[in-house]
Design a protein around this ligand. Sequence first.
Ligand code: ZN
Length: 338
Amino acid sequence: MNAADRERYSRQILFPGIGEPGQEALLRAHVAVVGAGALGSFHAAALARAGVGSLTIVDRDYVEPGNLHRQWLFEESDAAEALPKAVAAERRLARINSQVRVRGMVADLTASNLEDLLGGADLILDGTDNFDARYLINDFAVSRGIPWIYGAAVGSYGLTMPVIPGQTACLRCVYPEPPSGGQPTCETAGVLNAIVSAVASLQVAAALRILCGQSAEVHSRITTLDVWTGAIRQIGAPRDPECPCCARRQFPYLEESRRGPITLCGRNAVQIAERERPIDLLQLKARLEPLGEVRANEFALRFLTPPYEMTIFADGRAIVKGTSDPGIARSLYARYVG
Ligand SMILES: [Zn+2]
């Protein structure tokens, strides 16, 4: 560490949990942030300011005006240009801390690109908005022994859980399967920026502690918080000795055949059929009604969000018209179905 670093990070170095050895470790560290939306853009900015040496930012979306109230890194000009979030993040982070190496990757995380995108990371931060990505990250992180920090926020409520392979519970110890049915999302239920920064801050603090070599002090537990009511709870999350992932080391989400939206040839449409997840279409219709034209019966739901049209079936399968890009289709699915 040179004199300029010592000055720049002085207040952080003074904190006993970090000190000079901790700061040295941060400067050497490489963190991957998956999803540069509300949580992820906060993670990236906080880690860049803290002096984490290398950041990989993975995101498949573009900045839109509706993101700006909660996505800390982005500005009106990014939305006006419809810049990819990974690109806008890279530009902004270079202005926040020019010493940090930032790799902005415009990509949809899949089993086939996980290695390229996350392989070199010392730690992974979850800034995603969907369970498909989290199960993928969990299998990858546990298989490689890379710590990752789960986080989620919607409405005024959020939760976080650190996963340190071999030490704490993993996502599948706690939730063996992704939840079935549609989930409330920021698009359908709204979200406060205060819950986003609260959850993201807890994730970042856990990340700093792990990167500074204090993994042993990080507890296996879920923290839930509601910034509207002020309720905060911590729930112990014991490891499942029979966990298929961290105990039996089965990693089905890493098998490429499991995933894979199909581009429907010549139809400018993508079919999503990644998993069976029965959905109550009438409930989903009620959630989507304020957002666009929607029609549903018990078999199928059609939702217009121009220029796209989504048809969602009761078994969770969907066809997204108006794109042949699986990343866009998956993004729309995560936003509106959950
Ligand atoms: Zn487990």
